[in-house]
Design a protein around this ligand. Sequence first.
Ligand code: AMP
Ligand code: MG
Length: 358
Amino acid sequence: MNVEFYSLLGVILKTEILRVDPVSIDLNKIQKAAKILRDGGLVAFPTETVYGLGADALSPRAVEKIFKVKGRPPDNPLIIHIGDKLELEKLAKNIPQKVEVLIENFWPGPLTIVLQKSSIVPKIVNAGLETVAIRMPSNKIALSLINESKVPIAAPSANISTRPSPTSAKHVINDLNGMIDAIIDGGETNIGVESTVIDLTTTPITLLRPGGVTFEDLQKILGKNNIEKSKYNPDEKIAAAKSPGMKYRHYSPKADVFLVEGKSDRIELKVQEIATNFEKKGYKVGIITINQKHQYQADTVEFIGSDLETIAKNIFKTFRKFDNKDMDIIIMEGVKEKRLGLAIMNRLRKAAKKIIQV
Ligand code: AMP
Ligand code: MG
């Protein structure tokens, strides 16, 4: 649908697919992609969290294309990806001391830090805020691309806005083929949910978005009282939000998602009850379970793992798989909000049409 829309505007592109083996990186292909970025083009690339859609962060025209092709609201700021911590000083100012310990423990990796922005960051990148979000990814292809391009890379997830984040090049092709210059296919991403975003301009530090680095690990490094979860409730309209991205519906498959939380045996009964009700009405129902013992009857039942790492890795992929099977309804079991479970539940709640507690 989007490709057609863009072809109407006369901007359809030939998207080049560059296959790169993550264990033996072909530098020629990386350099080709880096040149596209330097020339103001868009390149999707793998990171350890999800695939990112990159543009030269210092070029407002290049960054504008990201918002256009994704259909991303302009008030939802982007994360800037860097390959060397020295870049921090160019992009941010008044950097607090505690950045050091965070970098030492979590970079490169799935931790994004929000700092006061420097004057070189174009307004469009951070939606006119006084702050900028920065991360150094650990994926070798991503690092190589950033370093070869020699510019900081603004990159949100490489999906159409509101759709589930892409964890493989195939997902990016489905959403953005014909709309961007190139896609680096470096296989499936490791973590499967986005980076953790923390705001260092507040005391204590605020967790704005749970992600690949857990709140517990941050507490361990920073001290228990030096970081707190954001009190911002995305359902409230008072959204002079610290992190505007938090207020949007996200990560959603086309089907309506029902999230069932509570005790495991009660979850099993409730999930089946909802599934049966919808099937009686003629809907196609898919169930996503994290408990192999749960016996469900539905059009499709998918067990996506029982440990948090495997669940995180599979969740967006399974949403997309169910979309391809034209499911009308997806019923998903909740997890405990501990460790990576906090990030998983954050994504599930945003994807859900209805949350049912049992
Ligand atoms: P995405 O890259 O699509 O996963 O989304 C980036 C996330 O980082 C969104 O939730 C943004 O709201 C958040 N973010 C980016 N820049 C800032 C900033 N300067 N201050 C607060 N949050 C930010
Ligand atoms: Mg995103």
